[in-house]
Write a new protein. Structure first.
Length: 165
């Protein structure tokens, strides 16, 4: 699961880089084959981003590329007692007879005329069933492996964002 978490971190960072200028993320499906070959697709099916997100989710669930592992990154909202917050939903899976998966959210504050862009601590959306600290470490190693996106992530990390794992 460590390799899958690292792949998730890399693509989460790519997503953060993509939204850092105030734009909505076009859904991303990234994948890796058993031989290490990687690929990725952006899903812009319709002007309705929800239609595109559903198409990406279906491709993720059906393993459209016959991959060993895959990551889905979708721009969405988290709802809590504090209200609604922008976030990237990051789902990662290692396919197989018994698929292993993680689901995380990376909350962020979008750049607007009145506010600067900020990234908050990623949160597990469900119990991963593994050592959370090891999965989180691999995720952040994946973030740091993205040469262009890691500097954006780190430069905009909100002061409240502390690693909670």
């Amino acid at each position: 699961m460590i390799e899958t978490a690292a792949l998730a971190g890399f693509w989460a960072a790519h997503g953060i880089w993509s939204v850092s200028d105030g734009e909505t993320l076009i859904p991303i499906l990234a994948y890796e084959h058993a031989d290490g070959e990687r690929g990725w697709d952006r899903y812009l099916i319709d002007d309705d981003i929800g239609v595109s997100a559903r198409a990406a989710q279906e491709a993720f669930e059906t393993n459209e590329h016959g991959a060993l592992r895959a990551v889905l990154v979708i721009d969405t909202y988290l709802h809590s007692d504090e209200g609604r917050r922008d976030a990237l939903l990051v789902e990662a899976v290692r396919y197989g007879l018994e698929p292993l998966s993680i689901k995380m959210a990376v909350p962020y504050l979008p750049k607007t005329e009145s506010s600067d862009f900020a990234v908050f601590s990623p949160k597990f959306m469900e119990d991963p069933g593994f050592d959370e600290a090891a999965v989180a470490d691999a995720f952040f190693a994946g973030v740091d492996s993205h040469d262009h996106a890691a500097p954006v992530w780190n430069a905009h990390l909100h002061p409240s964002a502390v690693q909670e794992y």
